[in-house]
Design a binder for this molecule. Structure first.
Ligand code: ZN
Length: 328
């Protein structure tokens, strides 16, 4: 068989992608360091894991492990390449997975987000174990439309082995490689002044729509458990005290005090007038609310300051429960 005389064309992207499926990405990744106490301790400190089986020799000896073990969730940490991962992908050691990502970059699918991960552990790793891992590109989806943009879901499956070649665990990792939504180009309107940007809108749903409707009417409601009477904010379906899903609401008096606050200068978002005093308000009824304090010199705001609710339109179509200094 010969290709002579047959003109070659680049196959469509979907076909190029499917050529990656089922293949190992390259030689096994071998841990640069054996499983060791120092890395285990640093991991546990960073994650706040106080299990003595990981860090306290005597307690670990007395445990079912009869000695220190590594947290199972550290599995992937042993084979990560470290600082190399911070370099642009084209400058990293190449393997098939990176070639796949570079191919998608070149086709405009330049963004990536990890969507989910599944792991299974067969045994605990102990200091001295040496981990290696092989990764297979398990599947690549058809092009999908997602909230982030159109793209492809890529599943990889990594098998982890110890120094004897025994499988110690596996991981399935899924990423979405996608084309980010393009921001629409600003409309050129000649000499006309562009409209003032509006503030971001709250996401409205079944659990909080009623609260925003009340605010739009000029009231500040507080959700109340119909069974135990406990008040809660922000609105949510279940009482944290008695787990009842029955609720009604009361109307706040509007009296409050500043529990904590910060004066925001940067970063600045369109639609806000800076500086913004963002505060946690202790309502007289006992719940707290994050809001802005307006009509005051930011330097005069202090913890414990009495404030009064003022529901105000911040732009066309959005009313917010703001607070002003309470008149003495
Ligand atoms: Zn309750």
């Amino acid at each position: 068989m010969t290709d002579a005389g047959i003109s070659k064309t680049t196959p469509p992207l979907s076909e190029q992608l499917q050529a990656f499926v089922g293949r190992e990405i390259g030689a096994p990744d071998v841990a640069r360091d054996p499983v060791n106490e120092a890395m285990i301790r640093q991991w546990c400190e960073a994650l706040g894991d106080a299990n003595p089986a990981y860090t306290e020799v005597d307690a670990a000896k007395a445990s079912v492990h009869a000695g220190l073990v590594a947290p199972p969730t550290m599995l992937q940490a042993w084979i990560l390449p470290g600082v190399e991962m911070a370099r642009p992908m084209a400058e990293q050691r190449q393997d098939l997975q990176k070639q796949l990502h570079l191919l998608l970059d070149a086709a405009g699918y330049a963004a990536v987000v990890a969507t989910d991960c599944e792991q299974e552990y067969h045994r605990y790793l102990k200091p001295g174990d040496r981990v290696s891992a092989t990764t297979v590109i398990q599947s690549i989806s058809a092009e999908k439309a997602t909230a982030l943009g159109i793209g492809f879901f890529i599943d990889t499956r990594t098998t982890f082995r110890d120094q004897a070649g025994e499988e110690v665990g596996w991981m399935r990792f899924r990423v979405l490689k996608f084309k980010p939504h393009q921001q629409p180009a600003p409309v050129q309107t000649g000499a006309a002044t562009p409209a003032k940007p509006t503030r971001p809108r709250p996401p409205l749903g079944h659990d909080n729509g009623w609260w925003w409707e009340a605010v739009a009417r000029g009231e500040l409601p507080i959700q109340r458990c119909k069974d135990c009477g406990v008040l809660r904010h922000p609105p949510r379906p279940m009482c944290g005290k008695c787990q009842s899903t029955r609720w009604d609401s009361i109307t706040a008096s509007g009296k409050g005090t500043v529990y904590s606050y910060v004066v925001v200068h940067h970063p600045q978002f369109p639609g806000f007038d800076y500086p913004v005093v963002a505060a946690v308000i202790d309502l007289a009824e006992g719940t707290r609310l994050v809001s802005n304090i307006v009509g005051v010199d930011p330097a005069a705001v202090h913890i414990g300051m009495p404030v009064q609710l003022s529901i105000e339109a911040v732009d066309d179509g959005l009313k917010l429960p703001l607070f002003r200094p309470a008149s003495v």
